[in-house]
Structure formats: structure tokens, C-alpha cells
Write a protein that binds this ligand. Structure first.
Ligand SMILES: [Zn+2]
Length: 182
């Protein structure tokens, strides 16, 4: 599959940091915690919204949507696909933690556009076992957002499906484009 296994920090990135990427994150956390004060919030998102988005590194959800700490639930995976596990998280989000609105965000240049379900077959050939999950690859990002909205709206487990909106984030301009659910 040609996947990289190196865990070291790329040379020249952020100066001469010794150790793995994770070491760097842990060190950053010490600075974060030193300046941190307990905001005294409970776990219920202030804006009562759950955002389901692709895990893409170019999508900074909080900055792109003007979100602050405590405002929302963020549920992310490859593609921002509404899988059974996303429905699980949305169900907990709505029924246990009071969210009412769902925002779905896919984006331009998604890695899932360059994959097909053949990826599962390749995995099976390599490891001798077919993964139980669908790759959820897609060709048409607008259609994929529509399908995701439909999966949320038709889920029997969710309490609130009247405010479900879907968008494509343009990684070149930073703009959201809303997708008509029709
Ligand atoms: Zn993506």
C-alpha cells in the first residue's frame, strides 16, 4: 500500500525538535496547559450543534466557522461520511447532550475522490481479510453531501432532523458552498 510508517518529525520543520511527532505534541500541551484556565463549562455544546466533517488537515473547523471552545460537537472521519458510528455519536450528541442542529461538511480535493471500493479488494489481497466497512469513496462531492444529509434525516435514532444542512468547503478559498438537499 506504500503507507509511510515514519513517526519522526520531518527535518527542518519548526526548528531542531528532537523526538517523535507525538513528543512534540506533548510538549506543546505543556505550554497550552500552563496558560489554561478552567472555563467552567459543562459538556453540553453552547450552540447546540454537531458538525460532521472530513478529517482533512486543511479544514480548520473552529476557525472556518467562527467556533469557540465549548460551542459544538465535532465528529470527523475520512470523507465526513455519515457512517453507523457517526449516527452513534449524533445520537449521543442529541439525546444525552442536547444538540439540535447538524452541519455536514465535505470539501474540494478530498482523498476519497481518488479511491474506489477496489481499495477494499486490494486490502483483502494484502492482508487476507476483507474489511467489514465500506470505503465510502465518491466521485461527485455534491451528491455525497446529499446522501449524508439523507442518512441523518432518515435515522430513526435521532430526535432532531429538521435542521440538517450540508456544505462543501473549498480548500483554495476557505468558502463554504451550501448543497441543496433536493
Ligand atoms: Zn476529505
Amino acid at each position: 500500500m506504500g503507507m509511510t510508517t515514519s513517526a519522526s518529525v520531518p527535518a527542518g520543520h519548526e526548528g531542531a525538535i528532537v523526538g517523535t511527532v507525538t513528543d512534540r505534541l506533548v510538549e506543546a500541551n505543556q505550554h497550552y496547559a500552563a496558560a489554561f484556565t478552567d472555563p467552567g463549562m459543562d459538556a453540553r455544546p453552547v450552540l447546540r450543534v454537531a458538525v460532521v466533517a472530513c478529517m482533512d488537515a486543511r479544514l480548520d473547523l473552529h476557525a472556518a466557522l467562527g467556533l469557540e471552545l465549548g460551542d459544538c460537537h465535532t465528529i470527523r472521519n475520512a470523507g465526513g461520511v455519515v457512517t453507523d458510528d457517526v449516527i452513534r455519536s449524533l445520537t449521543v450528541s442529541q439525546r444525552a447532550l442536547g444538540t439540535r442542529s447538524v452541519v455536514l461538511i465535505h470539501h474540494t480535493g478530498c482523498g476519497l475522490e481518488s479511491l474506489t471500493e477496489e481499495f477494499r479488494h486490494e486490502l483483502e489481497m494484502e492482508v487476507g481479510q476483507r474489511p467489514p466497512w465500506a470505503v465510502e469513496a465518491f466521485r461527485d462531492v455534491d451528491q455525497d453531501v446529499r446522501q449524508s444529509m439523507q442518512r441523518v434525516r432518515t435515522s430513526p435514532f435521532l430526535l432532531h432532523t429538521d435542521d440538517v444542512r450540508g456544505f462543501v468547503f473549498d480548500v483554495k478559498t476557505g468558502l463554504l458552498r451550501e448543497i441543496d438537499p433536493a
